[in-house]
Design a protein around this ligand. Structure first.
Ligand code: SF4
Length: 222
């Protein structure tokens, strides 16, 4: 899968219908049964990417054969793109939800929050501006779900509230790949929506089946 991911444009824009290039690469690698087609990525038809597209088309049959015959160790592939660090697991949204939950603490103590607001913020330690919809406020913790480029582009009235830098205190989601961690364990995990596909660290404070809550989030991983 990594060899296909490395050949994709890397924009992580979601135009293909998947959250990022990594997920698209994963579905492409598994074969047409996953409902994917190389043409779902509009950028692969552009001149700049034609050579890479041709390379993907050459490699796909062999990669799909390896998937079909169980030769691919899926867990071994949970690796951050930007840092190359191997994660314990990948984190996906809770069942029926569009994105993983993040609990935020704003540095600006005068920032106003209301359930239903869409906010623009930059997580402390992350260079990427995020957009999130507030779904809950509890004792100062503001819970949001990521709003991706597809939603932003489809809404003409989109006017996010700028709240500046926020600390991401917690993540909630389900373990979609990798091992199920123990409560109290310090873990490395890869949020599937992360545009940088960077491995995060944190401590498991609650788990129920595959559902986990991770607190003490840090982008420094060692
Ligand atoms: S359309 Fe999909 S595969 Fe293409 S750049 Fe965007 S996220 Fe990546």
């Amino acid at each position: 899968m990594k060899e296909i991911e490395d050949l994709l444009p890397g924009y992580n824009c979601g135009e293909c219908g998947f959250r990022n290039c990594r997920e698209f690469a994963r579905a492409l690698s598994r074969g047409p049964d996953e409902g994917t087609d190389i043409d779902l990525c509009p950028f692969l038809g552009r001149k700049k990417h034609l050579e890479r597209r041709a390379e993907i088309e050459v490699k796909l049959p062999e990669i799909r054969r390896r998937w079909a015959e169980g030769e691919v160790d899926e867990e071994a592939e949970i690796r951050g793109v930007i840092d190359g660090i191997v994660a314990d697991f990948a984190l996906a949204p809770l069942p029926g939800e569009p994105a993983c939950r993040e609990d935020l603490l704003a540095i600006d103590r005068d920032a106003q929050f209301n359930v239903g607001d869409v906010i623009r913020y930059r997580p402390l330690g992350c260079p990427i501006t995020h957009f999130g919809k507030i779904i809950k406020i509890d004792h100062g913790l503001v819970t949001v779900q990521m709003v991706g480029p597809r939603q932003l582009l489809g809404d003409e009235n989109f006017a996010p509230k700028d709240v500046g830098v926020c600390m991401v205190a917690a993540f909630e989601g389900i373990v979609s790949r990798g091992r199920i961690p123990e409560v109290g364990e310090t873990v490395r995990f890869l949020p599937e929506h992360c545009m940088m596909q960077k491995v995060h660290s944190g401590v498991i404070v609650h788990s129920e089946g595959k559902m986990v809550r991770i607190e003490g989030i840090d982008l420094k991983v060692w």
